[in-house]
Design a protein. Sequence first.
Length: 290
Amino acid sequence: MKKIKYWAIALAAVALPLGFASCGGDDDENELWKGELPNPEFESDAVMFNVNNNSDIESIELTASGNYIIMPSSNAAYQPQMAPARSEVTSRFFSKRSATRSYEEYGVFGEYRKIKDGVYDLIGYGTLTIESDSKVNLVLDNGQDLNLDVTREKEMPSSSLNDRLCRTWYITGVKFKVYDRKDNVLFEKELSDVTIKEDFVEYIVMSKASTYISVDWDGDIDGYGRWKWDDEDLQVFRYSFIDDPDDTGLVKVSFDGDKCQFIETYYDDEWGEYEDELVRVEATISARSK
């Protein structure tokens, strides 16, 4: 059983999301969408329930990629940590948020196995039986039997774009460019695998319940948040941290078969030798689906 960790207080950066240029024609649109990708294995089982009658559990989610997420009630105590020291290179959506393991662990995350329709083995946690959209039964591995009143979270509709994005994405590469106020390139760089493992999470799980989680290389959850489309035509979504909804960013995605590029652009005034100089950062994260 893996633990979900509460996100750090927002990174100490002035990060103002930018919009993105519109597509200029069919060639541009093809650059955003190449090839095809089958739906994840558990697409038809993906669901999220908000729990109404339990003081410990706030929500239960099954993702299309075969993960379960159990989030605690908002009454659960946690100890927020200090913001981590920032690397010279960062993508706010994919970068690690955890500076220390000392803050309180507060939720559970793992993989599930479908036993039969409506019944799921939450591996390392318990058995979930979905009786209806308003009733579920959760029998924990420790023997505790919970009959829960729930409300099913409204999901995004199935569409080519939603089906393509909502799955698990493993990071495979990072490139970035930094521009000055006159749009001159100050420098650009491609990160080594060693640096990626030091500064970035291993993968991110996107769901149609408008949630996402980022998972570190040791299997622990590093972040949890909400996302929604800002411009579906341009394939741009907005994300926000669950512990700080005002800290948001914009990410543009493009697809090529089972690969995806996440492009995040923002302003920052704390970049090493460019500290106190407002620069524009463009980070391109390459990822491959599970």
